[in-house]
Design a protein around this ligand. Sequence first.
Ligand code: ADP
Ligand code: MG
Length: 487
Amino acid sequence: MEFNESLLEKYEAVIGLEVHIQLNTVTKAYSSDRYNYGDPPNTDVSVISLGHPGALPRFNKQVMNFAVKLGVALDCKITEKMNFARKNYFYPDLPKGYQITQDKTPICTGGSIKIKDDSGQDKKIKLTRIHWEEDAGKSIHDLDPFNTLVDLNRAGVPLLEIVSEPDIKTSEEAYNYLYEVRKLVRYLEICNGNMEEGSLRCDANISVMPKGSTTFGTKVEVKNMNSMRNVQKAIEFEIRRQILANENGEEIKQETRAYDALKNRTLSMRSKESDNDYRYFPEPDLPIIRVSQEYVNEVKKTMPPLPDALYQKFTGELQLSDYDSRILTDSKEVALYFEELIQHSKNYKSCANWLIGDIKSYLNEKAIDLEEFPVQPKSVAELVNIIDDGKISNSVAKQKIFPEMIASPEKSPLEIAQENNLIQDSNEDSIKDYILQVFENNPSEVERYKGGEKQLVGFFMGQLMKVSGGKADPKSANKLIRELLEQ
Ligand code: ADP
Ligand code: MG
């Protein structure tokens, strides 16, 4: 039997994600070796990364700090007393023959990640645990035609693994979950969140069951997705594959499958190891660790503002739309720029429009980040304020003043407006001169107006804005045009 999209109606999927984030600590988890992505192979190594016998690990405190930060941000319970565990397996890129990780005492338990479900409603995905691990080296299969090459630079780099409960129902929810994780780790500055470079990795556990069932099906773990879109696509493929197998009466094997992005399908890699294959035992070379409440409190004091709290503030206190608030909190740089803007202007909506509109377009056009944008938030806020005060028109602000602010960021928008004679004229005499000039240039339209074509007032307004360089205050100008024509 072939797969048919209508079969999707009969089943529901159950998905749990295991996300690894590579921590951007200066040195590795258990040694003082540095790690920089892209360094020449096997240069970020010492006897510890190389797994020489007798070399002893030492725990990098920064890993603890980052783990607690993440745990606090996600409302997890922080474990008070924990030990390290050895997870044993053999692979050429794991020279020690084991990974130092955590087993029974993960640093964080519980907590949740808030996402939008497919209908746009808030949904909390519960977390099982967060624990630390060390990364393995890299086996390179495609550089040498006969041999697999091994680069141990990455061996020993700290990772945090975030394990979710099987609360995710669709590939879109999985995508949204990853999006939130990436945003958060970037706000916390503990990981660059780059899936293409492998600093954020995701294994997806997927099963299907008949709709309404409460018994989960056998799960399959899918690996090897190097982008968030590919995670979504791999899940979609896997759901269909499992549904079809079910329909055909085939048994789903518990296994690990690899996603092939080129062919958009998953392939069996290996049957899943069970935990006792790894012979976990407490790591004898590292001491037991205790985390005090004082330590957690200290970490709390150093927390940056978090995206969800900012989103709540923007939609709540500031009354901005969901759309604006989401864009404004998408990255910390934008959110903090906005926070600074609204220190200097109370017109929140207009501040948001400038940032999301003109400033972002400028950044896109120049392909630069907000950090490189030369104009300070205070100046942009002043621009918003002088428009609100009626000193300049919105169109003059956009077309004349904003570009000049970028060219000369040291000048205030008011200075620029004054120097270029752009202060809006609400002075009737000078507008009157402009209007009379418009009438002189367009005598036939004046005749038509007088003959009854009253809608031509719009035409005169347009002409007036042209000759006055956008300086005429529209409200009083409109009134004056009618008065003068009806005299
Ligand atoms: P394992 O022992 O194979 O590592 P775990 O119980 O630790 O399995 O779960 C690993 C991940 O798989 C978790 O993210 C969990 O939410 C998810 N998971 C567990 N059972 C299922 C299931 N039946 N279908 C989909 N995902 C599941
Ligand atoms: Mg497990």
